[in-house]
Design a binder for this molecule. Structure first.
Ligand SMILES: Nc1ncnc2c1ncn2[C@@H]1O[C@H](COP(=O)(O)OP(=O)(O)OP(=O)(O)O)[C@@H](O)[C@H]1O
Ligand SMILES: [Mg+2]
Length: 295
């Protein structure tokens, strides 16, 4: 069973005190790589004896990492326990009520179908930075540099927060991207986009029109949203059945005020130009486009 489904079952089966202990470890992990028992008791506001009982239970369930090589016994959340905490909050806040099939697996995320309280389907993107690869997220670099230990839980949360902030900003621009419904920890809930990645479509019906839509979106984002996607390419563009462009995958976006903004923008544009030139013998004048955009 996929980790997230086990986590969803646990959310149902665990007792509130178990969740509080997990939250206590999460708080403690800001200071400790492995959180000592008495700190967990303090953060979760549960008596030590009870905390000890809960920790043993959670460890037996396989959702805590224990380390006794430190001169004390310390505990750490693992990705499944982090999933439990995020799902617990998202369901308590009635943002989603169920998790369904896996629909996409990126380099640094798993994307599932989930169900909204009104019964409609949505997308649940679970950021999992640092477990497999670690694509450097520029925004996080400075932060990471200044920390003695940084957990991937924290980095994944920052990544989800950044993506959610982007989707919220974009939703005011009336251009096509997933609509954000909610976010907690490393999970983002957004509208489910019907369609196919442009990279998997054998032959676009009207490549010129699609290219124009993409360029218009880049322009609106830059001029009105002051945003740059920074990871734009054929793997992050969905074409809907009615031939509309939807740009996904936003955690690495940057503001147009960033010192390297022009170089990020140029890279996004080159990726698009390269893809269309190679596959459809269609392209645009990049310098010209930039010149008009920046004037
Ligand atoms: N809102 C959505 N609606 C439908 N499908 C989605 C949605 N968001 C993501 N997906 C699917 O999940 C896949 C992975 O999503 P996304 O590109 O956002 O993650 P990622 O881990 O950053 O990917 P990568 O790093 O490989 O580009 C996408 O290729 C797409 O197929
Ligand atoms: Mg992607």
């Amino acid at each position: 069973m996929a980790q997230v489904f086990r986590a969803a079952h646990m959310v149902r089966d665990l007792e509130p005190e178990d969740i509080r202990v997990l939250t206590g470890i999460e708080l403690g992990m800001r200071r400790f790589e492995f959180v000592p028992m008495d700190q967990i008791s303090y953060y979760s506001r549960i008596l030590k004896s009870e905390t000890e009982y809960r920790l043993n239970k959670l460890h037996k369930l396989g959702i805590l990492q224990r380390n006794s090589q430190l001169g004390y016994v310390g505990y750490q959340l693992i990705s499944e326990s982090y999933d439990i905490l995020a799902l617990n909050t998202l369901t308590q806040q009635e943002i989603i009520i169920a998790v369904g099939d896996l629909i996409g697996r990126g380099k640094e995320s798993d994307v599932y179908i989930a169900k909204l309280p009104n019964g409609k389907e949505c997308a649940l993107k679970i950021h999992r930075i640092g477990q497999t690869s670690f694509r450097q997220i520029r925004k996080l670099r400075n932060y990471i540099k200044n920390r003695r230990h940084i957990s991937w839980l924290y980095v994944s949360r920052l990544s989800a927060e950044s993506e959610y902030a982007a989707l919220q900003k974009i939703s005011q621009l009336k251009i096509n991207t997933p609509v954000p419904y909610g976010q907690n920890r490393h999970m983002v809930v957004m509208s489910l986009i019907e369609g196919k990645l442009i990279s998997t479509i054998p032959e676009l019906e009207n490549p010129e029109d699609i290219l124009n839509q993409i360029l218009n979106q880049i322009e609106t984002l830059y001029l009105q949203g002051k945003m740059i996607h920074c990871d734009l390419g054929e793997f992050n563009i969905i074409i809907t059945p009615d031939q509309k462009v939807q740009i996904i995958d936003w955690p690495q976006w940057e503001s147009s005020d960033h010192p390297n903004a022009i170089s990020y923008l140029t890279r996004d544009l080159s990726n698009i130009n390269f893809f269309f030139r190679k596959n459809y013998h269609v392209d645009f004048d990049l310098d010209d486009f930039l010149f008009h955009l920046l004037e």
